[in-house]
Design a protein around this ligand. Structure first.
Ligand code: ZN
Length: 145
């Protein structure tokens, strides 16, 4: 019950968050796994799985030990929990449906507060950079000119 309510609040508030696309050393999508840029997740797709590598402030792999991740997808009315597996580099979860949101909650240790990160798995191809929109390389700065 508590989890469901929390999730609802989370999705509601984050709908207004700014969406900036940052790409990592392996061409994956960078998500913020900390409040101060010291921990990141790099999301890549292999087959029908998302591989989420956990990276430090210099975008270098971290040793996986106590980190945990929960993942949900689907809409607010019916969030669907995804199975999260842990590997040497980070986490592995099933790919969500095109156009759906992936909402992650990362914890560095069981004692730390969960950090929420999310991405819209928009697989439409960007005309400018020819990448899928969720991996779009176009810099937001370019729009300001
Ligand atoms: Zn683009």
């Amino acid at each position: 019950m508590k989890t469901k309510l929390l999730l609802f609040c989370l999705i509601t508030t984050l709908s207004f968050a700014h969406e900036g696309v940052e790409l990592g050393p392996n061409g994956g999508r960078i998500l913020e796994f900390s409040k101060d840029e010291t921990m990141h997740g790099e999301v890549i797709v292999k087959g029908d799985l998302f591989h989420i590598a956990v990276l430090d402030k210099n975008m270098k792999p971290v040793t996986m030990n106590e980190q945990t991740l929960t993942a949900v997808t689907g809409d607010r009315a019916a969030p669907q929990k995804l199975t999260v597996e842990k590997d040497a580099k980070g986490f592995v979860i099933p790919v969500v449906k095109a156009g759906e949101w992936l909402i992650l909650q990362f914890k560095k240790t069981p004692e730390t507060k969960a950090i929420t990160a999310r991405l819209e798995y928009n697989t439409a191809i960007c005309e400018e950079c020819s990448n899928a929109e969720w991996l779009c390389k176009c810099k937001p700065e370019a729009e300001k000119k």
